[in-house]
Design a protein. Structure first.
Length: 373
């Protein structure tokens, strides 16, 4: 906890006052971190420079020639592996959609003060690496192990707590053969870029981005639940500051539309010609496959079904949807929502999505479209 050393440096979490605009600290975060331009939803696989990034502290200086991954704790054979040893192991490649847990935060009211994402904190890549379950099997999981704790090389102070970025997974998730968590060293067939965790990162299919620890240097198996800041304090769904909250885990269903037509520079309002307008976008969910995508041209008063493409052998990646809208002259609000096979549907009511951290907010996307006569 904060011992007073960070007064004036690292303040507590807070919610913006009524009418309070985006502050300079939030703008500084927005300049460091960037989202996916929504027109890039047209790509099955996101080019690395367009994929969203969020870096909690600094991108660490890395010497790949001396980098080692330590696997220790409740294991029978602690391991210390360099990159050559990791690359010599059997590799797997999975197409996985990553979404920041704070995606949509800036659209909440009152606004939780943090990285001010709208809807663009997402991307999909082909990640290559060693399955975590293979590495843990090589180390020999002790019978008393219950969690795997992952430590990155990024170091900083957050809400008065100095820390390395650390997160944990239940052992059942870490070793799940269907989900197959990766210790990844490549993105879209090339070495990981610095901002995406070079030389190693965790990829946890179906989980929000906070679980995908970048610049991974240490894996420790423990016989108790991890209670570090990023696990027990941050990334909790709470409506009251004294509420311990529920942990943020798997991604809620979401659909995003490629904005049609062309935009105004400042407002991003779209302009289309009257008549048939081709619509497309992507939908995903971390808890169950996407089962249905619906579109609305009246802000959500009525809906019609979109055509949903097959998953294409990538169960943890987004799916394309398409539709045609016969645009009449006037101003319109397009909306899109996804429903997954578990019955989870995106909400229309902002209050249903509100929490103090602005996490897992999957409110329906709305796009203002103008159609001149």
């Amino acid at each position: 906890m904060d011992d007073g050393r960070w007064a004036g440096v690292s303040g507590p979490a807070r919610v913006a006052a009524v009418g309070e605009g985006i502050g300079a600290d939030e703008l500084a975060l927005a300049a460091r971190n960037h989202g996916l331009p929504l027109e890039a939803l047209r790509y099955d696989v996101t080019p690395p420079g367009l994929h969203y990034t969020l870096v909690h502290y600094d991108i660490p200086a890395v010497d790949a020639s001396t980098w080692r991954l330590e696997i220790r704790g409740r294991v029978r054979r602690p391991l210390s592996l360099d990159l050559a040893a990791l690359r010599a192991l059997p590799a797997a490649t999975h197409r996985v959609t990553l979404e920041c847990a704070g995606n949509g935060r800036a659209r909440l009211s009152p606004r939780p003060v943090s990285q001010p994402w709208l809807t663009e904190a997402v991307g999909t890549a082909d990640w290559t690496g060693v399955p975590l379950r293979v590495l843990l099997a090589g180390a020999g999981v002790a019978a008393e192990a219950v969690e795997a704790v992952f430590t990155g090389a990024d170091h900083g102070v957050e809400r008065g707590v100095e820390q390395d970025y650390r997160r944990s997974l239940p052992l059942a998730v870490a070793t799940d053969a269907d989900r197959e968590v990766l210790v990844a060293y490549a993105m879209n067939g090339a070495e990981l870029p610095p901002q995406h965790g070079h030389p190693l990162r965790l990829v946890v299919p179906g989980w929000y981005g906070m679980a995908h620890v970048k610049w991974l240097r240490d894996i420790e198996l423990t016989d108790t639940a991890f209670t570090g800041y990023q696990q027990a304090v941050a990334y909790r769904l709470r409506r009251d500051p004294d509420d311990p909250g529920e942990p943020v885990t798997t991604i809620e269903p979401r659909a995003l539309l490629v904005p049609p037509g062309f935009p105004d520079f400042m407002s991003r309002a779209r302009v289309v010609a009257p008549g048939p307008v081709a619509l497309e976008g992507r939908a995903w969910s971390g808890g169950a496959p996407v089962a249905r995508v619906e579109l609305s041209a009246d802000g959500g008063a009525s809906w019609w079904p979109a055509d949903l493409a097959p998953p294409g052998g990538h169960p943890w990646a987004w799916r394309r949807f398409t539709a045609t809208w016969d645009a009449p002259p006037g101003a319109h609000v397009l909306a899109v929502r996804a429903t997954d096979a578990a019955g989870r549907t995106q909400p229309l009511d902002p209050d249903l999505a509100w929490n103090r951290g602005g996490f897992a907010n999957n409110l329906v996307q709305r796009v203002t479209v103008h159609c001149p006569a």
